[in-house]
Write a protein that binds this ligand. Structure first.
Ligand SMILES: Nc1ncnc2c1ncn2[C@@H]1O[C@H](COP(=O)(O)OP(=O)(O)OP(=O)(O)O)[C@@H](O)[C@H]1O
Length: 320
């Protein structure tokens, strides 16, 4: 159920000290204010300057002024967030950001060391992410809810505002008289996410006022099912790669049902090559696996060419 920001903060109990990922926008400004108030002296802020926007300096200055006013230590890291090999600019920025968070957490001199990092995605972000995934024809993994809590590089990450609507966060900020930077790119309708926010969310609100709750429930069912599929893939992996090699043995893969083969190969391609195959690409690879009669061969993958082909005795699958 969607909650007020104050109710969400009452249920948020991170290990301290805590760092807040502060972009300078409304959501992370609200999260920092609420955390600094709840745990005085035990909160720091991390700001990552992606250098991507003309407004980057404005964001940084806002973070500096906000943190100085709250007496919260602020750590800033500049990163190179240029996109590589088919990455979207958003993905590149996110990857660079998490790397920077880990580096900042290690560098931060707080004693004891930083235990947790909180970021400010909210209920509207959850719905937008789901609709964005649907608009791209994503599979179950893409339709899965963002988790409220996870671990990375030995740090606990939290999204305490996942059940709070964007409108409630703005209202709360107005009550506090707090200022923030309005990201000018958030209203640029050349971005699909922004069109979803500007056009679909108001229509959903009018037609299904509970859509934030019900969509989040569906996304969380998808996440549970995906977790189960990941477990199955891990188990199957030990059968097809018992010797610790990184290429699956085709004869072993053939012993699995086609559905489990698809699940295993999808999992393997993502983890090993950061590639998410389309349904057609995966079907083609499965056909190649089914047609292979030579014993002892493994599946070989080369990323970057755009088609599936036999490559000598094994199989080569090329990703566009
Ligand atoms: N440059 C950044 N530096 C530090 N943390 C960031 C930065 N950008 C985003 N984050 C963190 O990641 C969360 C999700 O990022 P996203 O880009 O989806 O949101 P946002 O629109 O920047 O949110 P906000 O309203 O806080 O600006 C943010 O709420 C914030 O906690």
């Amino acid at each position: 159920m969607t909650q007020s920001l104050d109710a969400a903060m009452r249920g948020f109990q991170p290990a301290l000290p805590l760092a807040v990922g502060l972009s300078g926008g409304a959501d992370s400004t609200a999260l920092l204010l609420a955390c600094a108030r709840q745990w005085p002296g035990q909160v720091v802020a991390f700001h990552v300057n992606h250098g991507l926007q003309a407004a980057a300096a404005t964001f940084e200055q806002h973070c500096q002024a906000l943190c100085a006013g709250l007496n919260v230590p602020l750590h800033i890291q500049k990163v190179d967030a240029s996109a590589r090999d088919g990455q979207s600019p958003e993905d590149a920025a996110r990857i660079a950001r998490y790397k920077a968070f880990s580096a900042l957490a290690r560098m931060e001199t707080a004693q004891p060391a930083i235990q947790s990092i909180a970021i400010a995605q909210h209920a509207d972000d959850q719905v937008e992410t789901l609709l964005l995934a649907l608009s791209r024809g994503a599979g179950l993994a893409g339709l899965s809810a963002m988790p409220a809590r996870w671990q990375r590089d030995g740090i606990d990450y939290h999204r305490p505002l996942l059940a709070v609507s964007a409108a409630d966060i703005r209202l709360w900020l107005a009550e506090q008289g707090a200022t923030f930077v309005d990201d000018p790119t958030n209203t640029d309708e050349n971005f699909t996410r922004n069109r979803i926010r500007a056009r679909l969310l108001p229509a959903l609100q009018a037609a299904f006022p509970q859509f934030r709750d019900t969509f989040a429930r569906s996304a969380s069912h998808a996440a549970q099912a995906q977790a189960l599929l990941d477990e199955v893939a891990q188990q199957d992996w030990s059968g097809v790669c018992a010797d610790g090699d990184s290429q699956p043995r085709i004869k072993q893969v053939q012993l699995l049902s086609r559905a489990r083969q698809a699940n295993l190969l999808r999992h393997w391609l993502k983890l090993t090559y950061q590639v998410i195959p389309s349904t057609a690409q995966l079907e083609e690879l499965l056909d190649q696996v089914a047609a292979c009669t030579t014993r002892g061969h493994r599946i070989h993958i080369k990323v970057g060419q755009g088609f599936v082909q036999r490559n000598g005795p094994g199989l080569a699958w090329y990703n566009p």
